[in-house]
Design a protein around this ligand. Structure first.
Ligand SMILES: [Zn+2]
Length: 66
């Protein structure tokens, strides 16, 4: 799709974060479905790779002793 009245504004075009191919179509996050799967796999792997040493503090913090 080519717009004849395209503004000179630079369009944010990203490359595929997986294989670096690009530029991607506007709105596309990956160049192909395969790269999407790869990224998803990385995501999961990264999640597993996160060391669980830090204690989550999203729980209610214990009130100061009184
Ligand atoms: Zn790709």
């Amino acid at each position: 799709m080519t717009d004849p009245a395209t503004p000179a504004r630079p369009v944010r075009r990203r490359n595929c974060p997986v294989c670096g191919k690009g530029p991607l179509d506007p709105g596309a996050r990956f160049c192909s479905d395969r790269c999407r799967q790869v990224d998803l796999g990385r995501w999961l792997t990264g999640a597993y790779a996160i060391p669980a040493e830090e204690e989550p503090e999203d729980d209610e913090a214990p009130p100061p002793s009184r």
